[in-house]
Design a protein around this ligand. Sequence first.
Ligand code: ATP
Ligand code: MG
Length: 409
Amino acid sequence: MARDNMIVSLDIGSTKVTVIVGDVEQDRQLQVVGFGSVESSGIRKGNVIDIENTVRAIESAIEKAEQMSGRDIDGGYVGITGHSVSSINNRGVVAVSGFDEEITPEDVERVLQAARVIALPHDRKIIHVIPRQFLVDGNENILDPVGMIGSRLEVETHIVTIVNASLQNIVKCCQRAGFQPQELVLNSYASGEAVLYPAEKELGVVVVDIGGGTTDIAIFDQGALWYTAVLPIGGDYITSDLAVGLRTPLTQAEVIKKEHGGTLPALTSDSEFVDVPSVGGRDTFRVSKKMIAAIIEPRVQEIIGLVKNKLDSSGYPGLLPGGIVLTGGTALTQGIAELAVELLQKPVRVGYPEEIGGLADVVHAPECATGVGLLLYAAKSRRLQEENEDSLSMKVMFSRVKQWFQDFF
Ligand SMILES: Nc1ncnc2c1ncn2[C@@H]1O[C@H](COP(=O)(O)OP(=O)(O)OP(=O)(O)O)[C@@H](O)[C@H]1O
Ligand SMILES: [Mg+2]
């Protein structure tokens, strides 16, 4: 197979670093051909806190993925998250240039450039300028205005920015591990690509990727990204609550959480018990599953409550009929969907990566949503560039980002 078909994603998470290798086949379905995931502690809440540790984790994840796929990996798509990421919606307006008032790709490019002009603190960089919709002479909901007649072209965009130093630290870790970032993509955008159905994205839906150190939120509407936010909280808080509450080491708390954790004490048995090793490992004591659930529940409530606050303040005007899709490792917490239904008063499901072939079962887990989504994003970007040479407005959101991305180096 030609090397050109290969795409690679790198998700540098707070708990693990994952590399996934994909092939875009002739029929365009994405095939997963390699996977490597290793635990890491070099990232906290999405930011690099230990370069050496992060570089080593990236190197070993690459090595595993190379072994499984039989390919050499030297770069690919990298996920970005953390409190240094922020986003705003902005509008650009231009007059259509041609005397016949037919909108050209150049008009689209100009209006996107106009939308990019925002008062940006000098320490921030733009990573995405995503068109939500175009307007021609005030007519809304236009996806591709090229070829249409009009005198005034507007675009509504979602702009994602990141603190330059955080971005440079991520890029530095990648490069030191021999991995050249081709493009940086917001984690929640990627996770949405992996776990949302196109119909949900059309209707209005929220993806909430609850990882170890961060909770990444994205609202999709009419097929496009409408709003994004990152909360510096995740499943690691639940683990430390359990460690403190049960007086057990963090490693044991993590095992107990994954094997016996539930969020709904009311539905959890108080006649089932779990052996919990004490700090220092000398004694073991018995704790009911109900008590474990009683420790987990308030923290999950807090996370979902913070998600609700973000959604309430997002300014999104719709009702989100597509509901909420929870993903990321913490979405595996038993009872979390039920609790979220109660708190958010919306349909909730747990999202697993879909629309992939090959070794799909290896990555069929909520914690792989970002990694798989990055691959799907890369495949889509490639497809749009190959197929839609005329449809600049569709492909521009991918290709322009690439061009702007060159500025980072
Ligand atoms: N079965 C499970 N039940 C409860 N929690 C789980 C389960 N499996 C994994 N987790 C939790 O999911 C979290 C890791 O999720 P994930 O791999 O998505 O995070 P990450 O991508 O490394 O971090 P982040 O996205 O925050 O940077 C950990 O807190 C882990 O304890
Ligand atoms: Mg993650």
